[in-house]
Design a protein around this ligand. Structure first.
Ligand SMILES: [Zn+2]
Length: 138
């Protein structure tokens, strides 16, 4: 299989194997950034030679500006691997990144919802309940 065909195959593979829903955004060099999950769980960056898998992560620079800082777990040079091994490797990286991400979720002690770390005010209080509680105090 030639490279453009495999590139297309990888797009289809990532679209269906990342946590759903999957968003696709082009990068500046002809590659594609895939973000899977809602809230986001796994980020995949596909270029003409590599596919990089990362655990979704980010931080608030200010209360209104969130910066995405994915933690990369692995890069596969997809042109160098046969199809089956390539798909297996990418599948395992996606699974590992997702497990790491989900392990960081915490349950809020007030609303009892499981939230990703960027939505937690502290260890067991989400930002919405923290806001509400602060409102009650005043
Ligand atoms: Zn809460």
């Amino acid at each position: 299989m030639d490279a453009p065909e495999r590139f297309e195959q990888l797009i289809a593979f990532l679209s269906s194997n990342l946590p759903q829903p999957v968003e696709q955004q082009p990068d500046e060099t002809g590659g594609i950034v895939f973000t899977g999950g809602s809230p986001a769980e796994v980020v995949a960056h596909l270029t003409s030679s590599r596919v990089a898998i990362a655990e979704y992560a980010g931080a608030w620079d200010t209360p209104y500006a969130f910066t995405m800082k994915p933690r990369r777990v692995g890069i596969v040079r997809w042109r160098r691997l046969p199809d089956t091994e390539l798909m297996n490797a990418v599948t395992q990286l996606i699974k590992g990144a997702r497990d790491m991400r989900l392990a960081r979720y915490r349950t809020c002690r007030f609303c009892e919802k499981l939230q990703p770390p960027e939505w937690m005010h502290d260890e067991d209080l989400c930002v919405w309940c923290a806001d509400r509680e602060a409102g009650v105090v005043h």
